[in-house]
Structures are given as structure tokens and as C-alpha cells.
Design a protein around this ligand. Structure first.
Ligand SMILES: NC(=O)c1ccc[n+]([C@@H]2O[C@H](COP(=O)([O-])OP(=O)(O)OC[C@H]3O[C@@H](n4cnc5c(N)ncnc54)[C@H](O)[C@@H]3O)[C@@H](O)[C@H]2O)c1
Length: 457
């Protein structure tokens, strides 16, 4: 499959030139030359990681209404995933899919080829497992591309440092970058935050967050079946492997942790935590079934996070804040709609409702794309990398505290030297996996109190 080349005027340059012409003509009092923006005004998108979320995010991109937009290239490491995504998107958005066979790329270098099909000012959509984020983001910056990248954006301290540095480079280049923490674009939560800032909940005393349900996604994995290589097995079941995703802890809990920290207006400075493996049978992934984390902020306030992936137990997916004036629900039963409320007192008692978001909440997955594309078309400042990296880091801080059995500080996790998969930028279709099973066929799992300087030996 070939690499694209493209000789047309980069879109942003075109818009800037058109803008200068408009300004100059206005000053001179002459008519503005008629500009056919149709082609060069089209934002082209390349989808890298054509799974569930990548396909959903591409649908959100193609549903933006502010101007012409097209999906022009796709990349994945599994041919079947790319084909399924292409089929689903073509069905829904036939007129906005412009992907010849030679713009579908399979392999670990597919991201480069897909981005080579774009011009500066277009959009790279990064929705692989997070391990690859810094690699793909780095190339997007080199190419002058705007980016949408899914959360988490890092899995450990070293990748966070890399991503923060890349974030600075993307700001320098005035690239617009969104991170898929879509709750930040939830209108209900934005209104709630204004209420909080206006003092409606009083001073924060405590925050609590719960993500408790049965095993979902690739949380639990058995021994690798025949017919798939080790590397591909781990990528396919990325929630099971810390190098690929930060494990279920990072993947599942980052939204809740981020939402609470956003409302608090600060990141925690340290964490202590517990967690364990319970009913594992022949499951050999690296996850704990339950996690319980105490995050501490610089002012001494606490955020307690409880996560559990066990069937047959009570389920809960909510975020609560307790202020001196009463209880706040930031998230009620899942991520969207947010069901934001403020109550008098500390029970969620509808008779004591002090405030609720009364409007119908637009889908934040769509709003985050509307905001990105609007920022690109109108050159508005928009770069979410720093906060996305910080959210990923403090999530890793809680996970590391549980996995080591130690108190872990923000500075420790940020400067830690354990990079789970330092070779991830050099993987090929025949590379060994970043994590190897032992002689017993089992992958290394965290051992709190025994292996304490890193998350697994
Ligand atoms: N914001 C949200 O609410 C939300 C929801 C779901 C998933 N996500 C995030 O989206 C990301 C993807 O999750 P998903 O559920 O779509 O997983 P998925 O397995 O359905 O999709 C991931 C895709 O990436 C492909 N891939 C893996 N490595 C690749 C590489 N190096 N190059 C190209 N393609 C590669 C896989 O083959 C797969 O098709 C994760 O980071 C996840 O946390 C976010």
C-alpha cells in the first residue's frame, strides 16, 4: 500500500491568505475577490485506530456542521477492524468518506502513511490503545496536523513527560489538540462548576467516586489462544496489560478522577491505595479486581475512589462532592447525561434539591468535536494536552499506590523511571511483545509490599 503525497495549498495557509485579502480589500474599499473555499476549506481527517471509539469519534467528526469535512485515510494493525469501521462509517456518511484502497493502511507504520495523506491544518484522530499516543502525536506535530486523541494519553511517568513536552511543541505550533475527556465539554458539568465557583455548595470537605460493575471490555484475559501472536494478543486485549493501557484502572477510572479534580480546581499531590485479585481462575491479565484509593490535595482535602470489576456485587458509577452547604452529584449513573445536582444536606434527597441542570444536555462526545473543528476553522486557542497528561498521570499515581502498597506522590510518579514499553515506537508486525509471560505462562502481576519500587517486576 502506498504513501500519499499531496501538492495543494495547506488549508490554514489558504484561510490566512484569504483573510489577508479580505482585510486589504476592505481597507482599499474594493470588492473582495470571490474565493471558492469549497475544496481548500475541507478539513481532512485520518483515523488511526479503527476500533469502537475511533469509529465513534470519526462519526462525531463527520457530524460537525461548521463546514466541509471528510475522512480520507484509515490505519489499524488489524485488517478486520479497519474493514468493519470503514463499512460502518460508509453506511452512515457515504458522502463524507473519501478513502480509496490505497489510503487504508495496516501495520505499525500505518499511522505515518495515513497522516502523510493529510495537509497541515487537517486532523489526525488517534484512538489506538494509549501506549501509542506519544508516538502518533509526535508525528502529527511534525506534519503540522491538528489532533484529537483519546484518553488516557499516557500510561506511566516517562510517557507523561514525553507527552507534556510534545504538548508544549504543539502549543508552539498553534496546533489545536483535543483530548477525549469529553466530560469537560458537558454543558451540565460546566454549569455545575459555575455554581460551585459561585459558592452554591460551600467549601469542599470530601469527594467520592465509584466505578463498580462486572468485568467489561478486555479487563480479564485467559492464556493466549493459538492463532494469534503474543504482541497482537496483548494489543487486542489492551485493558489487561499495563504497558498498553495502564490497565483497567487507568482506562475505566480516568474520567471520574478527572471530573472530581476539575471541580476541585487542583490535582492531588499524593495517593495511598489498596486493591487485590480475588476470583482469578485461569485469568492471567495484570489487573486487580478491586481498587480503593485515597487521593490527597495540597490543602489536605481528600478524594476517595472505589473501583471494582466483579459480577454479582452492587454496581455504582457516580461522583459525589460534599461541600459545607451540601451534596453535589457530578455524575449520576454513567458519564452522560451527567445528572448534575446540588442538595441541601448530605443525602441525595430530591425533596432537598437546591439546584439541578434543567436543560437537555447535548452529547459531550459531539460537543468536544464541535469545539475542536470550530477552533480550527476560526483559529481559536484550543489545546487540552497538558490537562490530559495531568489527568492520566494522577490516575497512574493512584494505580501505582495500589500496585506497590506505598504512598506515591505526584512528583514521584512524574519523575519515575519505569517506562512500561520503551520500544513501542519501534514495533513491527514481527516484534516480540513488550511484556513476556514467565515459564508458568503467567504475566507478572503487581505484588504490593513485595515489589514496591515499580508496579511489576
Ligand atoms: N472517551 C471515552 O469515553 C472512551 C470510550 C471508549 C474508549 N476510549 C478510549 O479509546 C481508545 C480505544 O479504545 P476502544 O474501546 O476503541 O478500543 P478498540 O480495541 O475497540 O480499538 C482500538 C483500535 O486500535 C487498533 N490499534 C491498536 N494498536 C494500533 C497501532 N499501533 N496502530 C494502529 N491501530 C492500532 C486496534 O486494532 C483497534 O482496532 C482507548 O484509549 C480508550 O480508553 C474512550
Amino acid at each position: 500500500m502506498s504513501t500519499c503525497s499531496n501538492g495543494a495549498t495547506p488549508r490554514r495557509e489558504f484561510l490566512q491568505t484569504a483573510g489577508r485579502l479580505t482585510a486589504a480589500s476592505a481597507l482599499a474599499g474594493v470588492a473582495v475577490p470571490h474565493v471558492h473555499a469549497a475544496e481548500d476549506n475541507t478539513i481532512r481527517v485520518a483515523l488511526i485506530g479503527c476500533g469502537g471509539r475511533g469509529t465513534g469519534a470519526a462519526a462525531n467528526a463527520l457530524s460537525t456542521k461548521s463546514g466541509p469535512i471528510k475522512l480520507v485515510a484509515m490505519a489499524d494493525v488489524f485488517d478486520a477492524r479497519l474493514k468493519a469501521s470503514h463499512k460502518a462509517l460508509s453506511k452512515q456518511f457515504a458522502a463524507k468518506i473519501d478513502i480509496a484502497e490505497d489510503r487504508k493502511f495496516i501495520g505499525f507504520d500505518g499511522y505515518r502513511k495515513a497522516m502523510d495523506c493529510l495537509k497541515p491544518g487537517d486532523v489526525a484522530l488517534l484512538a489506538t490503545p494509549p501506549a501509542f499516543r506519544w508516538v502518533h502525536f509526535g508525528y502529527a506535530i511534525e506534519k503540522g496536523l491538528n489532533v484529537f486523541m483519546e484518553k488516557p494519553v499516557t500510561v506511566d511517568g516517562p510517557t507523561t513527560r514525553k507527552l507534556m513536552k510534545l504538548g508544549e511543541a504543539s502549543v508552539q505550533k498553534n496546533l489545536k489538540v483535543s483530548v477525549g475527556l469529553m466530560s469537560r465539554h458537558s454543558k451540565a458539568r460546566q454549569a455545575l462548576l459555575q455554581q460551585i465557583k459561585d459558592g452554591a455548595a460551600g467549601e469542599f470537605i470530601l469527594m467520592r467516586t465509584y466505578r463498580m460493575h462486572g468485568p467489561i471490555a478486555s479487563f480479564a484475559s485467559g492464556p493466549k489462544p493459538a492463532g494469534i501472536g503474543e504482541l497482537f494478543y496483548q494489543i487486542q486485549r489492551f485493558h489487561s496489560f499495563l504497558w498498553a493501557s495502564g490497565g483497567c484502572f487507568s482506562d475505566f477510572n480516568i474520567h471520574s478522577i478527572d471530573e472530581c479534580c476539575w471541580m476541585k480546581g487542583a490535582w492531588p499531590v499524593q495517593a495511598q491505595a489498596t486493591g487485590g485479585r480475588h476470583y482469578r481462575g485461569d485469568l492471567i491479565d495484570q489487573n486487580f479486581d478491586s481498587y480503593s484509593v485515597e487521593y490527597t490535595f495540597a490543602d489536605g482535602t481528600k478524594l476517595f475512589m472505589i473501583g471494582r470489576c466483579i459480577s454479582g456485587c452492587a454496581n455504582e458509577f457516580n461522583n459525589y462532592l460534599h461541600g459545607s452547604k451540601g451534596l453535589v452529584t457530578v455524575t449520576g449513573s454513567g458519564q452522560t447525561p451527567a445528572k448534575c445536582r446540588i442538595y441541601h444536606g448530605h443525602n441525595a434527597d430530591s425533596a432537598k434539591l437546591a439546584w439541578n441542570y434543567a436543560d437537555r444536555e447535548p452529547n459531550p462526545y459531539q460537543v468536544e468535536w464541535d469545539v475542536l473543528i470550530d477552533a480550527i476553522r476560526h483559529d481559536k486557542p484550543h489545546n487540552e494536552v497538558q490537562r490530559g497528561a495531568e489527568a492520566s498521570l494522577v490516575t497512574s499515581m493512584g494505580r501505582m499506590a495500589a500496585h506497590t502498597g506505598r504512598i506515591v506522590t505526584y512528583d514521584e510518579i512524574l519523575h519515575h523511571d519505569h517506562e512500561f514499553a520503551p520500544m513501542v515506537d519501534r514495533l513491527t508486525m514481527t516484534s516480540p511483545a513488550p511484556l513476556l509471560a514467565g515459564k508458568d505462562g503467567k504475566y507478572p502481576v503487581p505484588q504490593p509490599g513485595i515489589v514496591t519500587n515499580r508496579e511489576y517486576a
